[in-house]
Design a protein around this ligand. Structure first.
Ligand code: ACO
Length: 318
């Protein structure tokens, strides 16, 4: 049997940066409100050529380059996204073609928890021997599904992509220790985007009950991190890094506090990226790996909650 080890990370952020002040010029909001409630100061917004596929390919190429391996050596591509460019084919097969990978590719829909879900699926495939090298990508263009007149939602999100290359390593080596997935569809109306291919009467825009999502986030994420540590016989004190989904600084702070982690042990990008949904964890993880914060041997805890509701956690030894 195998363990999924981390071979390389890559990211892409759109060139255009939009500050809170720029939003306040055309919406009834302010830099102070957005900062205080969310910790967000700016977000990257995709231009017309910065599609979901384009960003996924850029992040994938960077992950491959950093791992020092070719696209042909990849035998599965999984893209977590809620904002694909086309209904089909999947973003993942576009990426597969662009990098010259063999094997297979597919997209996965679990909103903001998409990256944790994709990691979990990739890990099962690697452990079971169905794939030896898997690219796991989160790529999102939420700017296309936001109602830019709704100040309660449009200030919260940004665009971007992050990729992680997983490889089959020895079962007692570094890598993913476990993943834990949950969903509860009875909360499906707390956060959703209506509309489907060919359905014209829908708005196609994200709608959210922010207060309720916040309430569920803190409780459910606490359960998911406890579950991940208990499954591996580990405790809060063993965690070196928390790499949370980046929705909101207040949710992130609550989780860091629960774990008893010093603020500098929590990787935060929400201030600069806002919420990039399935891309937020790989973007944050890649940043901390590349700047040397996360090092070989460190225990890293990831967690996310999003539309569905979906939520989950992943624990890894670097
Ligand atoms: N600027 C100024 N005022 C605003 C803005 C804005 N951008 N947005 C809302 N307001 C106003 C509201 O209209 C309301 O005014 P009222 O009292 O006159 O009616 C007031 O601010 C308070 O609104 P609330 O929605 O109650 O504000 P709250 O303190 O709950 O903060 C927020 C809103 C930041 C969305 C919060 O609920 C939250 O963080 N929720 C978590 C949801 C989340 O992060 N979702 C992301 C996707 S899910 C995920 O990834 C986990």
């Amino acid at each position: 049997s195998f363990r999924s080890s981390f071979l390389g990370v890559g990211t892409y952020l759109p060139e255009r940066v939009v500050s809170n002040a720029a939003l306040a010029e055309r919406l009834d909001t302010s830099d102070a409100w957005i900062r205080e409630r969310t910790g967000i100061t700016q977000r990257h917004i995709a231009g017309p050529t910065e599609t979901c596929t384009f960003m996924a390919v850029e992040a994938a190429r960077q992950a491959l380059a950093r791992a020092g391996v070719s696209g042909e050596s990849v035998d599965a591509v999984i893209v977590a996204t809620a904002t694909p460019d086309q209904a089909f084919p999947a973003t993942a097969v576009r990426v597969q073609a662009a990098i010259g990978a063999g094997g297979f590719g597919f997209d996965l829909s679990a909103a903001c928890s998409g990256f944790i879900y994709a990691l979990s699926v990739a890990d099962s495939m690697i452990r079971g021997g169905a794939a030896r090298r898997v690219l796991v990508i989160g790529s999102e263009v939420y700017s296309r599904i936001l109602n830019w007149e709704d100040r309660a939602t449009c200030v919260l999100f940004g665009d971007g992509a992050g990729a992680v290359l997983l490889g089959a390593g020895p079962a007692d080596g570094p890598g993913l220790l476990s993943t834990h997935l949950h969903s509860d569809g009875s909360f499906g109306d707390l956060l959703f985007v209506d509309g489907a291919v060919g359905l014209r009467e829908a708005s196609g825009c994200l709608q959210m009950n922010g207060r309720e999502v916040f309430r569920h986030a803190v409780a459910k994420l606490a359960g998911a991190v406890d579950e991940a540590l208990a499954a591996n016989g580990l405790s809060y004190a063993d965690v070196d890094w928390l790499v949370p989904h980046q929705a909101n600084k207040r949710i992130i702070d609550a989780m860091g506090k629960k774990l008893g982690l010093a603020a500098e042990r929590v990787v935060v990008t929400v201030d600069r990226h806002a919420n990039t949904s399935a891309a937020s964890i790989p973007l944050a993880f890649a940043e901390a790996v590349e700047d040397g914060r996360i090092r070989s041997g460190d225990l890293v805890l990831m967690e996310a909650l999003g539309g569905g509701l979906t939520w989950g956690s992943a624990l890894l030894r670097m």
